[in-house]
Ligand binder design. Sequence first.
Ligand code: CA
Ligand code: CA
Length: 172
Amino acid sequence: MKRHLARLLLAATAFPAIAAAAATANDPGTAEIDRFLAANREFCRTAPSGDCVDRGLAFADTDGDGAISLAETRRLRAFVGNWYAARSESLHRKDQATIGLSIWVADSLGLERVMQLFDSDGDGLVTRAELTADVKLDERPLPEVLADSEAFDRKAMERRLGPYAALFKTIR
Ligand SMILES: [Ca+2]
Ligand SMILES: [Ca+2]
């Protein structure tokens, strides 16, 4: 287990280079994510957590059926990868590390596996309820809810991620 983690850590040190490979600000997704953040960053700092989650889901749910499919996850991964490659240098160091590591973990697991971690009824779609199974959303803004151990079951999330969860603890 320890050796496995050491190998993961070693591989993860390469993640910014992987994510930054061959992408420019003109690639699909960069402008879309810039617009999404501009419209929602302040909103999510103050609005009830569920409303913020709804906006994020609406961004990913291109066919509007209320759930996230594998195709929609692939599109989001491509968008985030291109955006990250174009914008990572202007991000705060911690955001840069968290997003870069998230991309790397998603690619290491494979997007099908990432979907399965959340798709508890196994229908191939991730609903709002499945995505937020470890979080009790309430009237507080999302950052506050996620920082509250009574509302966010961090251990449950770590169980989903398995050994990969330890990598996120290395970010400070
Ligand atoms: Ca959908
Ligand atoms: Ca499902």
